[in-house]
Design a protein around this ligand. Structure first.
Ligand code: NAG
Ligand code: NAG
Ligand code: NAG
Length: 651
């Protein structure tokens, strides 16, 4: 029984063992694929399960040729190991075996593109049979940065067939990269006769792939703002990656659907004489359109899309049409604008040019200018505004009313628009002589006096000069003024004399009387001065000049001036006394110091003293002259400021 049991157990074991023997092939596990960049190192791992020690194992590596054959590349058993000679791997492979974990690793360094093959790991065990596993090696090369080129020329929407938009290119990738076109973030698909995408693949000598893709399409106006670019997708170990090109846009030519015209300059209202610039623009974008202008059916030449009109008049007002013609389609579109040229005619003054108004009556005048805009009118006299509005009214006119009136018409809205007119006003009335300042005067014998008579009145009075003894004097000059006339006579004073200025016109007469008293005492003074000169000539020469000055100073002045002169003389004398006192003290000081000694010193002193005396005279006379001049100037007034008569003193 025990034997039977033992026998059946043995049979069982044998059966089991036999069964195992059938199944006993070595179990080998490998990854389906190993991915690696070209140039890097690939590790292909082969894992087996065996109870056999390394002594009973035979390990061999193969790759599968294009024909499907197994090409051995590596051999290893307990006695030896080698890489097969004459394969692409001979120098680049290396195998590591770790029996404890059942791991065999094939290392391929510096992986090449052609290493992309299927590898076989074969394990043979003396007792357990054979096992093999396969792994595909995948090799990758990341491509260079992609580029994009757009069309430089514009694309018309009228093209019959798709037009080239641009080309994308990506170089040196492995495996072949893909190019996808995008428009505004949406992938573009090929559409028959509308969108064409043509790709070209080139295999470089390095076995890397370069891909280019050309996009052509029919463009529409809306594409003008579109942005196009390419997306490049390529495989890398463990996944895919992508890059994008820059964005490009295209110039789309499309015809205008509307044309706008406007006045570019001047901004604001236009006035006659301005230069105006009209501009025309279509809403299309096409180099094939030309512009032309029309005004009242007259064609106008223009400069590009700008029409310039110089020195416009009201006749240039009206509607301006701009016509845009497409030279491809010969279609016309037009737009228009209305131009209005404002005008201001010359001012018309009524009455015209001149008006004669009798004294005491009313002056009335109007001023109007025809204009396309509201105007402002103002009247001016002597540069001052005297009334606003177009009617000028002056009640109760006097000679002061006479003169030139200017009416100025302006347009407040438009700068530089202005016209003016003038009116000369004469006030009719009898002569009126402006009372002279000085009708009573004393004059030096033999001097020449100018007498003036300023007369107002219209018609212009006739002025006659006569003397009390009936002699008629010749008028030296006669000048018309705004209000009348100014007459002057020149008269040599030989004796006391009365002169009449008589002014006459149709309306009456006016007269004024000048009384001139001839004085002779100045002649005596001159003689006296001369005598003095003779006596003092011996002393110094300066004295002579001084005396002459004294003479000059005392010749002409009227009484009034004399008073001033004596005051000044007193001041001068006081100053002289003070100077003498100072001189005295200086001399005394010097004397004390002992600087002056002996007779010669005394003589010097006397000499100096006498010189000082001369100086006194000199100063005195100088100051006198100055005082006289001042006095005359003080009495005189500039002729412009004074209507009426004034007196000139002539030597
Ligand atoms: C490239 O395109 C082909 C065909 O559509 C596709 O099979 C492949 O996976 C693409 N490659 C990449 C990297 O996306
Ligand atoms: C592309 O668009 C940019 C702005 O978006 C513009 O400045 C450029 O002129 C455009 N280029 C073309 C060719 O249309
Ligand atoms: C000028 O006027 C004076 C004074 O009124 C008068 O005496 C004289 O006769 C007049 N002379 C002439 C020429 O009218």
């Amino acid at each position: 029984m025990a034997v039977r049991d033992a026998a059946s157990l043995l049979v069982g074991l044998l059966v089991l063992f036999h069964t195992w023997g059938v199944w006993a092939d070595v179990e080998v596990n490998m990854e389906d694929r190993v991915e690696v960049y070209a140039g890097e190192t690939a590790r292909i791992t082969c894992i087996f399960q065996s109870t056999e020690g390394v002594g009973g194992l035979l390990i061999q590596w193969f790759y599968v040729t294009r024909l499907g054959d197994k090409q051995p590349i590596y051999y290893l058993d307990s006695t030896m190991s080698y890489a097969d000679r004459g394969t692409q791997f001979s120098d680049r492979i290396h195998v590591n075996v770790t029996v404890a974990t059942g791991e065999v690793v094939l290392t391929i360094s510096d992986v090449l593109l052609e290493d992309e093959l299927e590898f076989i790991c074969l394990i043979k065990s003396l007792t357990e049979g054979t096992g093999e596993g396969r792994t595909k090696l995948k090799v990758f090369a990341a491509p260079d940065l992609p580029s994009i080129k757009g069309m430089q020329t514009g694309i018309s929407i009228n093209e019959e067939s798709p037009s080239k938009i641009g080309t994308c290119e990506v170089k040196n990738g492995f495996p072949k990269p893909n190019i996808t076109w995008y428009r505004n973030n949406t992938p573009i698909r090929g559409i028959q006769d509308v969108v064409n995408i043509v790709s070209r693949i080139t295999t470089e000598s390095s076995s890397l792939f370069s891909v280019s893709s050309e996009l052509s399409m029919k463009v529409v106006k809306e594409d003008k703002d579109d942005q196009f670019y390419c997306e490049i997708t390529y495989f890398v170990p463990g996944g895919t990656r992508m890059t994008e090109t820059n964005r490009i846009n295209i110039t789309v030519y499309y015809p205008s659907t509307a044309v706008s015209v406007w006045v570019e300059s001047p901004k604001g209202k236009i006035k006659e004489g301005d230069s105006i610039e009209l501009q025309c623009r279509g809403n299309g974008n096409t180099p094939s359109s030309i512009f032309s202008f029309k005004h009242q059916d007259v064609d106008l030449t223009l400069d590009g899309d700008t029409l310039v009109l110089h020195n416009v008049t009201r006749l240039n007002s009206g509607v301006y049409h701009c016509i845009s013609t497409d030279t491809d389609t010969f279609e016309d579109i037009s737009g228009n604008t209305t131009v209005f040229v404002n005008y201001l005619d010359p001012a018309v003054v009524r009455p015209e040019d001149t008006i004669i108004v009798p004294q005491g009556e009313e002056l009335k005048a109007t001023c109007n200018a025809l204009s396309s805009v509201a105007t402002d009118t103002a009247w001016f006299k002597n540069g001052e505004q005297i009334s606003k509005g177009n009617t000028l009214i002056v009640k109760d006119v006097t000679f002061d009313t006479a003169g030139a009136y200017v009416c100025v018409v302006t347009v407040p809205e438009i700068e530089g628009m202005k016209t003016s007119g003038t009116l000369d006003v004469y006030v009719q009335g009898p002569p009126e002589i402006t009372e002279p300042d000085n009708t009573e005067m004393e004059q030096q014998f033999e001097t020449t006096v100018n007498l003036h008579c300023n007369v107002r009145g219209f018609p212009t009075p006739k002025v006659d000069w006569t003397t009390s003894d009936g002699k008629v004097l010749d008028t030296a000059s006669q000048e018309l003024t705004e209000e009348g006339i100014q007459s002057t006579v020149s008269l040599k004073v030989t004796s006391d004399i009365t002169v009449f200025c008589n002014a006459t016109n149709n309306f009456g007469t006016d007269a004024v009387t000048f009384n001139i008293k001839a004085t002779t005492h100045t002649t005596a003074a001159t003689t006296a001065a001369t005598t003095t000169t003779t006596t003092t000539t011996t002393t110094t020469t300066t004295t002579t000049i001084s005396s002459t000055t004294v003479k000059a100073a005392t010749v002409n002045p009227p009484k009034k001036i004399k008073k001033e002169t004596s005051g000044v003389v007193i001041v001068v004398i006081i100053i002289c006394i003070l100077l003498l006192a100072i001189l005295g003290s200086v001399l005394y000081f010097l004397y004390k110091k002992g600087k002056i000694c002996g007779r010669s010193g005394k003589q010097d002193l006397t000499k100096e003293k006498s010189n000082k005396d001369n100086i006194v005279v000199e100063m005195k006379s100088d100051n006198t002259e100055e005082a006289v001049l001042l006095g005359v100037n003080g009495e005189k007034q500039p002729p412009n400021d004074q209507r009426g008569e004034y007196l000139d003193v002539q030597k």
